[in-house]
Structure formats: structure tokens, C-alpha cells
Design a protein around this ligand. Structure first.
Ligand code: PMP
Length: 414
């Protein structure tokens, strides 16, 4: 496992005391904590380099532009992009997917076309396609989920056909933790001339990602789930597709020439980055990528896999606890959803918070999946590179206490 004692020294917030207990932060699928290196990059930028980018020729503007574009190069290298020009900065995964729905979808999706998704998608990979389908007269199709928490690949294969224009699927589910066979799906989609979009919000932070090996056409993720600041997302797209797309937002910085009768667009990727971007946070995201790279994504994956294996074993040993998603830690990441017999997830979460343990409760922006699982909500513990087995122990011991105190079948009154 990783040297978490050393890693934790880089994360000041992990020293917080919450409700009289040392913080046990297990809500990393919602957002991760930030190392000092990222926080310092933000401070350094505002104290030394702050200027608008791509516009000035003065020294600070050049420094800010170089640092901003430096992050683009780091991101490109981190995900195996062919060129930094294929990396577009957005606000988050949600905006990246909306960008595709508008820029590609409005141009290339027509009446009668089909968009294939799955029942385990996050709302940000459902609603933009619903809106697109409504605008263009297209139809959505949803691949099923198996009872043991995998994507039903047969049902997905059966849905992809000559009418399919686009397949969009989550790489790693934020609820089930399952890692989907994106490369296989992209191969099937390509046979029918359809493009594949991958929601990488949960995979980019936790797995080595190589977009070339995945064979997808677009890959979207958020900086804030991978040690970076909020307000920065990434859309990677194949150059030829990005080049053929319309801009999503119009304004400064995304044009080449503006005339009364119309405008022409800037080169990639600037065509998709209208207005002053989130300069400081993009630069600090560069520090996050460097931090992840220094430890190494394979080592991070191995650490989180072992932690997840331990958590699954410990949770499944508690009578009354049911875990959603695959049992095999090789098939999944560290977002572990569970329910406790007779105790509402919100109540479980509230009791755990009193012990300083931060987990998530709710539908996790995956209402289609909740309906499929037949539950209104789940609890979710989710791990990152700084989590330790003792934190899994804190979680399971607090859960055992909760069940003991309130008994089975009784709803907790908090
Ligand atoms: N997809 C998945 C699988 C997610 O887990 C999330 C975040 N919970 C998103 C998309 C959306 O990310 P953001 O809110 O950063 O746009």
C-alpha cells in the first residue's frame, strides 16, 4: 500500500477534528481533498503571476498563459491524448458533456437517430442527452444493469445498431463502483459508425487512463475529484471531431475574425473556451496532475483496490448490511454503496457524522439506477489515495454501533 502517513502530511484538512473526533473523510467520489501543493499553486498564482491570458504581451500575462497552457500539456500527457489541442477546459464533467451535446449533437444528431446510455449513468450523462433528443427528435435507449452490479453488455450490444449515432457510458460508476468495458463498447459503436462518449468523472481520479487505448471519441472529467480545485473540468476529444463541431459558447478568445456578417473560429482548443477561463484553478490543477503523476496512477489504483477489498470484506461481515456493485475488487473502484436493514441512509450518515466520519447518503444523482436497485437511496463510502485501513475500521465499527444502538427494523429518530 502507499505510504499514507507521508501523503497525509500534504493534506492539511485531514487534521480537522469534527464533532470531537478526528476527521475520517470517505466522501471522495463527491470531491477529494486538496494537497498543499495545489493550495500553494493557487496562492502563488495570485501573489505573483495574476494576469489575463492569451491577450497581453506583458510579462505577467506571458507567465499566466504559459502556466495555463502548461496544465493543458500535463493533462494531455496524463490521459494519453495525441496533442494538447485535444484538451478543452470546461467548468466540470457536466459542462463537458453538455458541450458535446450542443457542439456535436446539434450538428450531427437528426430525427430518428438513437443515443444509447445505460441505467447506471449519473444525471449529468442523462439530462444533456434528453435535452438534445428533444431538440433534434432523437430517441434515448438505456442498457440494463445486471443483478450483481455490472453493465449488461448483451443488452448494450443489442441496443447499438444502424440508428445509433452516439453511445455515452460511465467508465466507473459513482454508485456501483463497477469499471465498464469501455474499449469493447467503443468497438461495437464504431462498427455502426457511432461515436463513444465516456464519463470519466470517477475513473480519471483513480485509474490509469489512456484515451487511445480506450478507443473512445470523447472523455470527460472533473479536476475537483482528482485533488484539483473546483470549477475546472476537461473535455478530451478526437481532433477531427472537435474540428468538425460548432462552438458551444460564443464570445471573446474563441474567434479568429469577427465581421458584421459573421465570424470565424479560433484554432483548437480555443474555439471551445469562450471568455476569460478559470485561470487560477486550471493552473492549480496542473499541480494536482503532477502530484498524482509523482505517486503514479498504477500505485494509486493498487492502493485503492486493496482498501476496497478490505472494506467489502468488513462491510459484508456486518449482519444487516447489503453492498451494491461487484464483489470482486478487480472489477471495481473504491465507491462502495451500501444499505443498512431498517435504517434510512440519511440517518446512518448523520450518526456517522457525529463520529467525525464523512460518507454520502442519497440517490447520488443516479435516480435511474436507484429505481433499478429498488432503493430510494444508499449510503456511499468512497476512498482516495490518502485513506487507510484504520478508516475502514472506524466506518465499520461505527456502523456496528449504530445497528446495535437502534436495532434492526426500527427507524432511527434523529
Ligand atoms: N459523472 C459521474 C460518474 C460523477 O460521479 C459525477 C460527480 N458526482 C459527475 C458525472 C458530475 O461531475 P461534476 O459535478 O463535477 O460535473
Amino acid at each position: 500500500m502507499l505510504d499514507t502517513a507521508a501523503i497525509r502530511k500534504d493534506f492539511p484538512i485531514l487534521n480537522e477534528v469534527v464533532n470531537g473526533h478526528p476527521l475520517v473523510y470517505l466522501d471522495n467520489a463527491a470531491t477529494t481533498q486538496k494537497p498543499r501543493q495545489v493550495i500553494q499553486a493557487l496562492v502563488h498564482y495570485y501573489e505573483h503571476d495574476n494576469a489575463n491570458i492569451h491577450r497581453g504581451i506583458h510579462t505577467l500575462a506571458v507567465r499566466a498563459t504559459e502556466a495555463y497552457e502548461g496544465t493543458r500539456r500535463k493533462v494531455a500527457a496524463h490521459i494519453g491524448a495525441a496533442s494538447p489541442e485535444e484538451v478543452v477546459f470546461t467548468r466540470n464533467t457536466t459542462e463537458a458533456i453538455n458541450l458535446i451535446a450542443h457542439g456535436w449533437g446539434d450538428r450531427f444528431v437528426n430525427e430518428g437517430d438513437e443515443i444509447v446510455l445505460s441505467l447506471m449513468e449519473h444525471h449529468s450523462n442523462i439530462v444533456p442527452w434528453q435535452l438534445l433528443a428533444r431538440r433534434r427528435g432523437a430517441a434515448l435507449r438505456f442498457a440494463d444493469v445486471t443483478p450483481d452490479g455490472y453493465l449488461d453488455l448483451d443488452s448494450m450490444r443489442a441496443l447499438i445498431g444502424p440508428r445509433t449515432k452516439l453511445v455515452s457510458v460511465v467508465h466507473m460508476s459513482n454508485v456501483l463502483g463497477v469499471i465498464n468495458p469501455v474499449a469493447e463498447i467503443a468497438t461495437v459503436a464504431r462498427q455502426f459508425g457511432a461515436i463513444t462518449v465516456v464519463d470519466g468523472a470517477q475513473s480519471a481520479p483513480h485509474l490509469p487512463v489512456d484515451v487511445a487505448a480506450l478507443g473512445c471519441d470523447f472523455f470527460a472529467f472533473s479536476a475537483h475529484k482528482m485533488l484539483g480545485p473546483t470549477g475546472v473540468g476537461v473535455l478530451w476529444g478526437r481532433r477531427d471531431l472537435l474540428a468538425a463541431m460548432d462552438p458551444f459558447l460564443g464570445g471573446g478568445d474563441m474567434i479568429s475574425v469577427v465581421k458584421q456578417e459573421g465570424s470565424t473560429w479560433a484554432d483548437l482548443p480555443h474555439k471551445f473556451e469562450a471568455g476569460t477561463p478559470n485561470i487560477a484553478d486550471v493552473i492549480a490543477f496542473g499541480a494536482a496532475i503532477e502530484y498524482l503523476g509523482a505517486i503514479g496512477m498504477p500505485a494509486i489504483r493498487a492502493h485503492e483496490r486493496d482498501l476496497t477489498a478490505y472494506a467489502l470484506e468488513q462491510l459484508l461481515a456486518i449482519p444487516g448490511v447489503a453492498v451494491q456493485g461487484p464483489r470482486n475488487p478487480d472489477d471495481r473502484g473504491g465507491a462502495v454503496s451500501f444499505t443498512v436493514d431498517g435504517i434510512h441512509p440519511h440517518d446512518v450518515s448523520e450518526v456517522l457524522d457525529a463520529e467525525g466520519i464523512a460518507i454520502r447518503a442519497g440517490h447520488h444523482c443516479a435516480q435511474l439506477l436507484m429505481r433499478k436497485l429498488g432503493v430510494p437511496a444508499t449510503n456511499r463510502a468512497s476512498f482516495a489515495l490518502y485513506n487507510e485501513p484504520r478508516e475502514v475500521d472506524a466506518l465499520t465499527s461505527a456502523l456496528r454501533d449504530t445497528i446495535r444502538r437502534f436495532g434492526h427494523g426500527q427507524r432511527l429518530a434523529v
